[in-house]
Write a protein that binds this ligand. Structure first.
Ligand SMILES: [Mg+2]
Length: 231
């Protein structure tokens, strides 16, 4: 509910009329969680598709312009909410992040994140898949760099999910096995390792600031979604 604050100013005119103005007090009241969730759902349904398409279109144009001009060109892609969409899990959980526990079919709250990942039900984000296919067609090596943990069930499920939705023939899938330090530092180090192997990273696309900071890419592209900062 929005609180209203009324200010009145006496106007000492002939009849001492009182002039009042009413306006919303937005300075002290936190936003309503239910309204915020609805805004996020509205954004996902209305503005997000164009946002994704715009970012990925720019990345694709850049990759096309650079692929033939660079020796060993590489493209870095984040996985979750960049290459794969977990919206079904996110919406079912009403934006809660539930790490452990089962995830039913069809997906219902509570849906455990690990169980969701390992049921490989995430869908492709179509503009990213298009970029991927164009990049590989042009001889650009694609490396997925993800914050998902590097353990056998998670790795095989991630590989299978990517493959099932159309990402095939990638050069590398880098997963996080050191849980100390920040995600940004881990991802920066992963890109540095790709460069150490002789690749030139022409583009890096992600949905989090931590996907992109730290350099080691000619260009970056950020998808802005309803998930927010995860790190
Ligand atoms: Mg992500």
């Amino acid at each position: 509910m929005t609180h209203l604050r009324t200010q009145c100013a006496a106007a000492f005119l002939v009849f001492a009329a009182v002039v009042c103005t009413t306006h919303a007090d937005t300075s002290t009241e936190p936003r309503n969680l239910g309204q915020l969730k609805q805004e996020l759902k509205d954004y996902h349904a209305r503005d997000y598709p164009l946002q994704v398409a715009t970012v990925l279109s720019a990345a694709e144009e850049w990759v096309k312009s650079r692929a033939a001009k660079v020796k060993k060109p590489a493209l870095i892609l984040d996985v979750d909410e960049t290459s794969l969409s977990n919206w079904d899990e996110i919406a079912a959980n009403d934006f809660a992040y539930i790490f452990n526990g089962p995830c039913s079919i069809p997906v219902q709250i509570p849906c455990g994140n690990l169980a969701w990942d390992q049921s490989f039900r995430a869908t492709a984000i179509a503009p990213t898949l298009h970029l991927y296919q164009e990049a590989t067609r042009l001889g650009v090596s694609v490396f997925f760099v993800t914050g998902r943990y590097d353990d056998p069930p998670e790795k095989s499920a991630t590989e299978l999910n990517l493959w099932l939705v159309g990402y095939r023939g990638w050069e590398g899938l880098v997963m996080r096995h050191d849980h100390t330090g920040t995600v940004a530092a881990y991802k920066t180090g992963a890109r540095a390792q790709v460069e150490a192997e002789g690749f030139v990273i022409i583009a890096n696309v992600g949905d989090q600031e931590s996907d992109l900071v730290g350099g080691h890419s000619e260009r970056t592209g950020r998808i802005r979604n309803s998930v927010g900062e995860a790190d």
